[in-house]
Write a protein that binds this ligand. Structure first.
Ligand code: P5A
Length: 429
């Protein structure tokens, strides 16, 4: 992508309304635009990051046998009256009427709709277990939308729903998704701590929140220092279940099983929340399947959420410096920044154009700053938007046939001979 032809409205000033660093940086990098309180438009750079995260989530969920669907954003009130949640949900639910005066709502979550789908098709024990998920926009009329996309009113959620024949199988599904979530957060460059949680309005008795550490987190998490020493292979459900982690409202300092010298605390951002709730929705919506000997079985259910749009803010909270965002490669909107430090100089432009084509040919996502701007302004923009690998074409490109590489995260710089650039590109792939 050439910046001269791109839509990337970066801002020099720090927007006054943004209280936390991720919100400030997302506005300054031109990733999002506030449309109204808690409602954001995702501009091209932000949209790219969002779809990278979506793709990683989908890949990992598909790997463990989940199937992706898309359910409507508007739902009939009647399904929520069946489950009994229509009244319970309160003012967070946006209720609307259609032209026939029928009651609808903008879905804050989809337990009812998915249960309705499954009850229409799944009749036999042979058809279970099943895990269905979607990645769609939800609406919750939050009392205090804040921190940009972290607590929005309309937000992108991955929501999954599982149906099993008995408790053991439901628990196995829960643990499989728990572990898949750890893999997802790991691939996003985040360390997530699973914390036992109340299941609230969703209902049920086994629930975990996934919290990532950041100073701006909304709750304080207390956890066993042993978490920090875990390798990815050790982060299994059975293993982590045995370790202590609790959010402030549940943590009881006097009765904490972890000795004080092993107890750590940090602010956390909730990026995921999973629930096992047994037969609650299946019973309420009369979902039954027939068992091997003809008896009726009420399936055991769970639901599994990830705050996809919130993750964008959370990743920035965990990955930034004074100059701007520092994307992990896996979610960066572009992997390589190509910068001409002498735009307008024919020799310099020729090298840059050639390199741009090579990178594109190698299918490396490259953002080419071909604008007639001061080099300093160009470097500052690439630092701000957080592209991980910078290639700078300046005087040395012409005099010494070498270009400068800068690693955004470490700041390390080195010269790459033009003759070695193909090897470098291959390495980047
Ligand atoms: C689980 C999936 C549920 O709704 N039903 C389907 C269950 N869980 S939850 O905890 O209420 O939400 C799941 C995740 O969504 C994110 N989230 C938000 N993100 C941005 N703005 C909001 N207002 C918001 N509310 C919830 C969180 O990451 C949460 O863990």
């Amino acid at each position: 992508m050439r910046i001269s032809a791109y839509f990337m409205p970066t801002l020099k000033e720090t927007p006054a309304e943004a209280q936390i660093v991720s919100h400030r940086l997302m506005l300054r990098a031109g990733m999002v635009n506030q449309c109204a309180s808690g409602l954001y438009s995702w501009l091209p750079l932000g949209q790219r990051v969002l779809s990278k995260i979506e793709a990683i989530i989908a890949e990992e969920q598909n790997k463990i046998g989940c199937h992706r669907v898309i359910m409507p954003t508007l739902q009939p009130a009647s399904l929520w009256q069946e489950s009994g949640r229509y009244e319970d949900y309160g003012k967070e639910m946006l209720r609307v009427k259609d032209r026939h005066d029928r009651d609808l709502l903008f879905g804050p979550t989809n337990e009812e709709v998915i249960t309705d789908i499954v009850r229409q098709y799944v009749k036999s024990y042979r058809d279970l277990p099943q895990i269905l998920y979607q990645i769609t926009w939800k609406f919750r009329d939050e009392m205090r939308p804040r921190f940009g996309v972290m607590r929005g009113r309309e937000f992108l959620m991955k929501d999954g729903y599982s149906f099993d024949l008995d408790y053991e199988s439901a628990r196995a599904t829960y643990s499989r998704i728990f572990e898949s979530y750890l893999t997802i957060f790991d691939r996003l460059g985040l360390i997530a701590i699973p914390v036992k949680a109340d299941s609230g309005a969703i209902g049920g008795d086994l629930s975990h929140e996934f919290q990532i550490m950041a100073e701006t987190g909304e709750s304080t998490i207390y956890y066993d220092a042993a978490y920090d020493a875990f390798s990815p292979e050790q982060r299994t459900f059975e293993h982590l279940q045995t370790l202590y982690a609790a959010a402030d409202e549940k943590h009881d300092a006097a009765n904490c099983p972890v000795p004080a010298d092993r107890l750590k605390s940090a602010r956390g951002i909730e990026v995921g929340h999973i629930f096992y709730f047994g037969k609650k929705y299946a019973e309420a919506l009369n979902l039954k399947v027939s068992g091997a000997d003809g008896q009726a079985i009420i399936p055991e259910m769970g639901s599994y959420g990830i705050g996809v749009s919130r993750l964008v803010g959370a990743i920035i909270e965990a990955n930034h410096d004074d100059a701007g965002i520092v994307w992990p490669d896996a979610v960066a909107p572009f992997k390589v920044a190509l910068i001409t430090a002498k735009t307008g100089d024919a020799a310099c432009d020729a090298i840059a154009n050639d390199l741009y084509e090579k990178l594109q040919h190698a299918r490396i996502e490259v953002l080419f700053d071909d604008r007639m701007e001061r080099p300093g302004a160009k470097f500052a923009d690439m630092d701000l938007i957080g592209i991980p690998h910078h290639l700078i074409i300046g005087n040395k490109a012409i005099q010494e046939a070498a270009i400068e590489y800068k690693n955004r995260r470490t700041g390390a710089r080195e010269m790459i001979a033009l003759s070695a650039i193909d090897t470098w590109i291959n390495h980047m792939r």
